[in-house]
Structure formats: structure tokens, C-alpha cells
Design a protein around this ligand. Sequence first.
Ligand code: ADP
Length: 156
Amino acid sequence: MRVVLLGPPGAGKGTQAQIIAGRLGVPAISTGDIFRANVSGGTELGTKAKVYMDAGDLVPDEITVAMVSDRLAEPDAKAGFLLDGFPRTIAQAEQLRSSLADLGQRLSCVLELVVDEDELVRRLSGRVVIVDGKPVQRDDDKPETVRHRLEVYHAQ
Ligand code: ADP
């Protein structure tokens, strides 16, 4: 199975991705998680991505697409995958289509999570994540940034 999970920030993509990928026995590939791992690891990719992430903007397509292509080329993604948070722009969608065509693969399905806007803001502004055993608010979950991320999602 090759699945794409779409939905605005706060819709619950990360949570559902883990459940669905677990049932299907395929890796859940989250672009947000890969970017955050690179930021914590202090890699060159992380340094580039952090500026955009902190502002609630999308990381430029060329950086994102190269990262996802590398990830999809890893052995565990050969038999299937669930993409969480990618594609998020038309250019990314077109790139995914051509990468899959090159591999002779097709998507099995696209799932879209639909959630009311006020509920999204409520969830994101109130959520905490656990870092090194402590609850913290993600830098991009501040209320102003949350509104901006939702605008970006709808615009793109
Ligand atoms: P959310 O969907 O809740 O905004 P994610 O964890 O999926 O959170 O993404 C966090 C940030 O990582 C995004 O705001 C953006 O800066 C970056 N990002 C994630 N996926 C993409 C993507 N496909 N294209 C560009 N930037 C991305």
C-alpha cells in the first residue's frame, strides 16, 4: 500500500499515520518529523529548515523534495509507505507523481482528514509535546504562528 495522508495542521495526521501505517505494516514517513530530527541533530538541512519552520512557513520545495526522494529510496519503503505531510504544494505533488512513475509505482489511496478551523486552532494552541521527558510547546504552536500555518495550508 502506498498512501498519502492530507489534512491541515492539527487534524491529527501524525497520530493517525502511526495507527494506519502500523496496521498496513508500512513505514510512516513524516516530513515534519524528519525536519525536526535534523533541527535537533544540528545538521545542515536542519539549519536551513529551521528558519522557515519557526515562522510557520513551508520549507522550500527543492529542499523538501530531495529529502523525500532520499527517504523513499530506502529499502523499507520499497514495499509501501504512508506519507504524512507530503505533498503540500502542487510542485511537490508533481514531483511525487514523476518519482513514482520512474519506479513503476502508483498510489493506492489518498486520505484527507477534515476538521473545523476553530477546533484546529484550539488543538494546536493547547498542545504540548514531550522533549527529553518534559512537556514543551512547539515553537510553531504559538497562536500567531498557528493562524499563519493554517493560511499557508489553504493557500498551497
Ligand atoms: P503541521 O502539519 O502540524 O504544520 P508538521 O510537523 O507536518 O506540522 O510540519 C512542521 C513544519 O515542517 C511545517 O510548518 C513546515 O515548515 C515544515 N514542513 C513539513 N512538511 C513540509 C512539506 N511537505 N513542505 C514544506 N515544508 C514542510
